[in-house]
Write a protein that binds this ligand. Sequence first.
Ligand SMILES: [Zn+2]
Length: 262
Amino acid sequence: MPAPLAVGEKHGDDADLAHRRSLCTAVSTLTTRHVNTMGSGNAAMCVAGPQSEKWVLVTASGKGSSAQPADLVVIDAQTAAPVFSGQPAPSIETGMLLKLVGGSQWAEGKTAMHTHAAPVVAACAAGAAIPPFYAIGGALLGCDADGSIPVAGWALPGTEDLARRVAEAMLPAGANACGMQGHGAVVVGKSPQYAAILAEQLHVTAEVANSVAASGNAAHAWKPDARQHRDFRHYLQGSAGCCAPGPAAGTPLAASRLHSPA
Ligand SMILES: [Zn+2]
């Protein structure tokens, strides 16, 4: 076991610090844009260790979107065990985040973000999937089949039950987002910056769904059919526009090596 990481004092090498800053900046963006409030939410990002270990940076418990680089915890992607002693406790939702970016889901830079976005809570209150009336949101976030955004039924925050419900609703469907009944949402992207974009798109998608429902026109509203959804998804994936996946900021992840404290 390496020596304790001196929190607030030593963040590792430049690449390590760049990744920490990248994740914290992306998470704090959600507060600035009112997707999250009062520092709520949390996130996890896949990073390689010095020997190409599969590690995950997780926001510390109680820090959420107010997290600073020293508030991130390094854990093993497979076991969730802390890599260094002396770290702060990880987020209560680490188990859920790891089901989405840990184990066989691990890919360098991949980031899961959990938010408490009020429009999403409203849109998934009934437990049904959020319809893709907003086609961009459906294509970027929703299920492979039709763009609808899956919703996991209520379970207590921080529990294995919640983590299982989210993973089962999201992963087999090929979705990049999932609503959490009575709680919030989670998105998964290729980088912290892209995950933040997805969280904002989910916010808008839920607002549109709520407005359509409030108008009483949901039953007659346009939704993409399977072919339209697939074609639009391919179009967005090939686009260089604002919705295209962006690279992680700072040093390329492949060159990253988190510092092992001496
Ligand atoms: Zn939460």
